[in-house]
Design a protein around this ligand. Structure first.
Ligand code: SF4
Length: 149
């Protein structure tokens, strides 16, 4: 599986928050990837900064001169910013925080162990605009516990 590091953290956080996974209007594969990692936490994940298996079926993944990219826009920023740029920056900062490199592969479970080891302060990076830091940290913590980490 190819995954943006923050996409998997978002999934674990959603699990910790108890929210159900349902197909999204964008057509992306969050619900499918969530089901995959819950069914087999030992599957191997290759970390990417760019389109991943979640993006693959998304209506916002478009082909460009430099390959597939996200054409969605984050309108909660003023001025709005490209989701591709926002995500790339977020994922680079997460990889650095966790001591990982783009292209590195780990099992999903080992990724969770790494997040647990470096848990303190990770919410400062992975909390999205408009979200509450404490709530984000608590839900991620519960999500890790769900996997026994
Ligand atoms: S990052 Fe963009 S292409 Fe990927 S799932 Fe989100 S909206 Fe879709």
């Amino acid at each position: 599986m190819r995954a943006r590091p923050h996409h998997l953290i978002d999934i674990v956080t959603q699990i910790g928050g108890g929210a159900a996974f349902t197909p999204h209007a964008y057509g992306h594969a969050v619900h499918l990837v969530a089901a995959e990692v819950m069914a087999d936490p030992d599957l191997t994940v290759t970390f990417v900064v760019g389109a991943d298996d979640i993006c693959e079926p998304c209506i916002h993944l478009v082909e460009g001169l430099e390959g597939a990219h996200c054409d969605d826009v984050l309108r909660q920023f003023d001025p709005p910013i490209s989701k591709q740029d926002y995500n790339d920056d977020l994922d680079r900062r997460l990889l650095e925080f966790l001591g990982l490199c783009e292209g590195q592969a780990l099992t999903f479970r080992d990724y969770l162990v790494l997040i647990r080891e470096r848990f303190s302060g990770i919410e400062e990076i992975c909390t999205h605009p408009g979200e509450d830091l404490t709530s984000r940290r608590n839900k991620l913590n519960r999500g890790l516990e769900t996997f026994g980490v």
